[in-house]
Design a binder for this molecule. Structure first.
Ligand code: ADP
Ligand code: TRP
Length: 332
């Protein structure tokens, strides 16, 4: 199978606005890949349920992720964009997979173990705040992946183990019931390196150093002006490859603009304040059209409803076919 005929699938949990690191590292490469490959992108609202217990909040975040993909230009003729909970077959497959998943596998899941460690550190009951949604999270995620015959699952490093579990579960199922599932592979490497945040560490919501992707222009500017720099003066020579300003700029500017900023840094022709202004203007100009589209869609959620309904109808074709094969294999 050549690479272009592989099926790509990923799920995004609706827990808030992604940041520029997510955009450059994950969303943009995924959108590009969807031009050549059959791609399923879904909003993993069922996966948000173990931590968010407010329906309005999940619904709002679900719209945000849908609007974001449409605004960023996901090609909806190629890519299938849908809401996880719209597909009934996923609940069924979850139940079926429960019966071929060893409990020990779940005990080894990083996300569950992290909760146990947190509770131990706080001298609490080991299972405090652990609901069964969290404990069985990797089974539902396996159902997502196997239902759509995914070959490649682009995820962040923290989700790699879950994709490996999906593969283990599929292998076990296939050994027991015949060859029903395709074996998925995690893909960690389609990102563009690690994007630094305002304090120079990896941009991450855990470090509170992010630039939200669609912040209004004034907020975007404020954030960019807060980027931490060293104390070099405008006419000091600076290494662009160690500067957060340049490292962000190079993902938004064209080759000539990048070369110009590099020269200004290396030859002491610009101060950090002015470089930040250039960065703001560049990001703002690249993101202003998608941001306007995003804001339009968030004000017209009926359009998002139709897009998600159309995506669900297409996803359902594949999902129903798989679930019929699974049901036949397990129940005759
Ligand atoms: P966070 O670190 O903010 O919690 P996630 O772990 O939810 O981000 O990441 C979601 C996706 O975005 C993953 O595919 C991850 O590799 C990518 N990503 C997150 N932060 C960065 C970053 N600073 N640079 C590059 N890619 C990133
Ligand atoms: N668990 C993923 C996360 O927390 C989201 C997700 C759910 C997912 N189902 C998936 C990702 C299937 C890839 C494939 O980010």
């Amino acid at each position: 199978m050549n690479n272009d005929s592989k099926i790509i699938l990923t799920g995004i949990k609706p827990t808030g606005m992604p940041h520029i690191g997510n955009y450059i590292g994950a969303l943009k490469p995924l959108i590009e890949k969807s031009q050549t490959n059959k791609t399923f992108v879904f909003i993993a609202d069922l996966h948000a349920l173990n931590s968010i217990h407010d329906a309005k909040e999940i619904r709002q975040h679900t719209y945000e992720i849908a609007a974001l993909f449409v605004a960023l230009g996901l090609n909806l003729d190629n890519a299938i964009l849908f809401r996880q909970s719209d597909i009934d077959a996923v609940y069924k497959l979850n139940t079926f997979l429960m019966n071929v998943t060893p409990k020990g596998l779940m005990n080894r899941a990083h996300s569950y173990k992290a909760m146990l460690e947190k509770n131990a550190a706080a001298n609490r009951d080991p299972d405090a705040d652990v609901n069964m949604g969290l404990y069985t999270y990797p089974i539902l995620m396996s159902a997502d992946i196997l239902l759509y015959n995914a070959d490649i699952v682009p995820v962040g490093a923290d989700q790699k183990q879950h994709v490996e579990f999906a593969r283990d579960i599929a292998e076990y199922f296939n050994r027991t019931y015949g060859n029903v599932f395709r074996l998925p592979e995690p893909q960690i490497g389609i990102n563009n390196g690690i994007i630094p945040g305002l304090d120079g560490r990896k941009m991450s919501k855990s470090y509170d150093n992010t630039i939200p992707l669609f912040a209004p222009a004034n907020e975007l500017k404020k954030k960019i002006m807060r980027i931490i720099t060293d104390s070099k003066l405008p006419n000091d020579k600076k290494n662009p490859d160690e500067s957060t300003i340049f490292l962000l700029y190079k993902h938004f500017a064209n080759a000539d603009e990048i070369a110009t900023m590099r020269d200004m840094f290396e030859n002491g022709k610009i101060g950090y304040g002015d470089a930040k202004k250039m960065l703001f203007e560049k990001i703002d100009s690249v993101l202003s059209a998608p941001r306007a589209k995003y804001e339009y869609l968030m004000a017209h959620t009926d359009e998002l409803d139709s897009i998600l309904a159309a995506g669900a109808a297409r996803a359902r074709d594949t999902a129903n076919d798989t679930i019929n094969r699974v049901q036949h294999a397990m129940l005759g």
